[in-house]
Design a protein around this ligand. Structure first.
Ligand code: SAM
Length: 301
């Protein structure tokens, strides 16, 4: 198989429960919901949710007709499926963002929330996203910002060795990266995106404030200052709306998603639907469809 950058593996992880449901992050969750409402287009056809996890954000993409939840972790997808159910609206795909198993220019929207964070080769991941987006498509990207106030203060007080001001990503824990906003902009522009909007999110991510003020109040205050992201970005989280900078065309295949898969290894398409798996006529690999998930992680033996 083609060698790919390492993956931060969430297989079997209780991330949704420990980080979100019981992790004291109601403020961050509500602040993200406000940012998404502000930055998402009102409607769309086919959305690719990259690193969808347990589908925490998926119900927020209500304007889209169909949503592909793509995640490397089968167990995260199983949790998403338990939350959202089986319908033509949701398609669950286990695959690596570095090898997205779809044809070029398919989607009119994509989101990537708290997932770039795990990309050791962010430009490579972003290039894959760009490949599957149609002209005129929207891409909502959230990234963890190394140029945040806390990191700047820590650096100035010599409590942190790495500089928040330099463009390279910082890996603060294995396979967890913070990025410089300018580096993200440069990568996106190089790939042919234009940046339409930038929101700063989680201005008040501080233990004391979170203890004394209700999450809903903090989130509402956050919502008020999120648009300052167009001027400067000093928060731990930043949302960017990028548009594929070409004239929109109505070339989106949205009726039969199976016809839109491509082999993640040899890029042949279409794949042949065999019910419980998909055959690749190019390289002969077989990709499972089991428990409602199209599985492109490893081929069947
Ligand atoms: C921090 S969680 C975020 C989940 C969700 N977006 C949210 O905000 O609740 C990161 C997700 O990215 C997925 N992920 C990490 N690396 C990936 C890769 N190379 N390909 C596909 N998914 C990946 C993980 O499995 C995990 O579910």
């Amino acid at each position: 198989m083609t060698k790919s950058p390492p993956v931060c593996d969430y297989e079997g992880s209780d991330y949704q429960t420990t980080f979100w449901d019981q992790g004291g992050r109601a403020y961050e969750d509500q602040a993200e919901a406000i940012a998404l409402r502000r930055i998402l287009p009102d409607s769309g056809h086919l959305l690719l949710e990259l690193g969808a996890g347990a589908g925490r954000n998926t119900p927020r993409y209500a304007g889209y007709e169909q949503i592909v939840l793509l995640d490397y972790s089968r167990t995260q997808l199983a949790q998403a499926r338990a939350r959202l159910g089986d319908s033509a609206r949701y398609i669950y795909v286990a695959a690596d963002i570095y090898k997205i198993p779809f044809v070029d220019s398919l989607f009119d929207g994509a989101t990537m929330i708290r997932a770039l964070h795990h990309m050791a080769d962010a430009p490579k991941a972003l290039a894959q996203v760009r490949r599957v987006l149609a002209p005129g498509a929207n891409f909502i990207l959230e990234f963890a910002n190394k140029l945040n106030l806390k990191a700047i203060l820590r650096y100035w007080l010599r409590k942190q060795t790495w500089s928040p001001f330099t463009l390279e990503p910082v890996e603060f824990v294995a396979l967890n990266f913070d990025f410089h906003p300018r580096a993200i902009r440069q990568w996106l522009v190089k790939l042919g995106f234009s940046i339409e909007k930038t929101l700063t999110v989680s201005h008040f991510r501080m233990g004391l404030l979170k203890r004394i003020l209700p999450a809903s109040l903090l989130a509402a205050m956050d919502g008020l200052v999120q648009p300052t992201g167009s001027l400067w970005q000093l928060t731990p989280s930043v949302f960017v709306k990028a548009i594929v900078a070409q004239v929109a065309q109505d070339n989106i295949l949205r009726h039969n998603i199976i016809e839109c898969f491509q082999c993640p290894e040899c890029t042949t398409h279409p794949l042949t639907d065999r019910g419980d798996h998909l055959d690749c006529p190019g390289c002969g690999r077989r990709w499972a469809f089991r428990d409602g998930i199209y599985d492109f992680r490893e081929p069947l033996a």
